[in-house]
Design a protein around this ligand. Structure first.
Ligand SMILES: [Zn+2]
Ligand SMILES: [Zn+2]
Length: 396
């Protein structure tokens, strides 16, 4: 909610327009995934199959984020490189036909040109129903550790910026993506990805990065969301980052959930499948400007299954209500850092579908988390239940 002021200062003209139209259209939740791969890098299917899966499964927006590439220009794949690619190609023809598809044969092997986002997006996008955003997973490394970030709604390719340390590398890449986003009128629509992949990032690294979003939840099986005996999980990192940022008077870091899909054929634990975690952005309309504005304001939550009815924060309280599923129980926790304390902790727990936390005045920040008793289907890890997370706020 601190970020709102920055956004507004950069969009005074739009603000004036929107005030003139007040009371504008009602906000609603838009479901989206902001991390997917395709044949444009190391995903195992055509980009149209990715869009098809998410649209068919009730998502409203999708960000395509292949490694260090935008889905533009000319790229060919060898459909006969192995049996799996050929089967994927056959399935693709069944779904979409082959009209307009460029193919060629080299050394008796079939090669297929991948269609660009510009070529296929109009076949999927429906105003007010489904939106495709252009993105890139800038995939860098430092100190032999992966440093990956997503540039959201980016239209200029960003090359990995490098850096002597993970901290420096992260900061350099944030600056590089910011520069590219600024061209499109978006400052800092950047997500720091899977901080525990390769145990790459510390809270200090992320706090100093300048990024405003990061993946608390990533559905890829190799990303260590929950930490281990030597390393904190991503939720703990989140609170540590915000402790550092609050001490410096900086913007709080907001979280997202993403699938980081690579595998679209075989669905099981151990594969990076779609449908594990998503964000629900409360925005006036389904377009990048509205989604971006709401994310900057923290007006969204992320989920692995729990659906919220409403949430709001005033100077006195943080209120959350959810849409209960039959025979499922819910625990709503308010987690925060109190003044003078080292670590965030659970400040209040409510069992049920509604909860209200009244600020005492001692909180530095407070966020909310909902845990259900319903088992997650095809989970990130064995035993996962459906959950949801809301953004941290600083009581005024
Ligand atoms: Zn990655
Ligand atoms: Zn990825």
């Amino acid at each position: 909610m601190q970020k709102a002021s920055i956004y507004l200062s950069m969009s005074v003209f739009l603000l004036v327009i929107s005030l003139a139209w007040s009371p504008g259209p009602k906000k609603q939740f838009w479901k989206g995934n902001m991390h997917t791969h395709s044949f444009w890098s190391d995903g195992n299917t055509f980009p149209e199959e990715v869009a098809y899966w998410f649209k068919k499964n009730g998502y409203n927006f999708l960000l395509v984020t292949d490694h260090n590439i935008l889905q533009e220009g000319e790229k060919w794949i060898n459909a006969d490189r192995n049996k799996s690619i050929r089967e994927t190609y056959d399935k693709y023809l069944e779904h979409f036909g082959g009209v307009g598809l460029d193919t060629k044969t080299e050394n008796d092997q079939l090669h297929v040109r991948l269609r660009t986002l510009k070529e296929y997006r109009s076949e999927f996008e429906v105003p007010g129903e489904f939106l495709l955003l252009s993105g890139e997973e800038i995939s860098d490394a430092s100190e032999k550790k992966p440093v990956h970030l997503n540039g959201v709604d980016i239209s200029t390719l960003v090359h990995p910026a490098g850096g002597e340390t993970v901290k420096e590398c992260l900061r350099n890449n944030v600056l590089a993506i910011e520069k590219a986003l600024a061209k499109d009128g978006h400052p800092n629509w950047i997500i720091v990805n899977h901080p525990n992949f390769g145990w790459a990032m510390t809270a200090e690294d992320i706090a100093a990065s300048g990024a405003w979003f990061f993946e608390v939840y990533n559905g890829h099986p190799s990303v260590n969301n929950y930490g281990n005996e030597d390393n904190p999980g991503t939720e703990e990192i989140w609170d540590q980052v915000n402790k550092i940022r609050a001490e410096k008077g900086q913007d709080l870091l907001y979280g997202v959930a993403n699938d980081d899909v690579h595998h679209y054929h075989e669905f099981r634990i151990g594969r990076a499948n779609p449908g594990r975690g998503w964000s629900m952005i409360r925005a006036e309309s389904l377009d990048s400007e509205s989604l971006y504005k709401s994310m900057m304001e923290g007006d969204y939550y992320f989920s692995t299954g729990v659906e919220l009815k409403d949430f709001n924060v005033s100077s006195r309280k943080y209120v959350v209500s959810l849409i209960p599923a039959p025979e499922v129980e819910y625990k709503i926790e308010f987690i925060g850092l109190l003044k003078g304390e080292e670590n965030a902790k659970t400040l209040a727990t409510v069992n049920g579908a509604k909860a209200r936390y009244k600020f005492s005045g001692d909180e530095i920040f407070v966020r909310a988390r909902i845990t259900s008793t319903r088992k997650k289907e095809n989970p990130y890890a064995e035993g996962d239940v459906e959950m949801a997370w809301l953004q941290p706020v600083r009581p005024k």
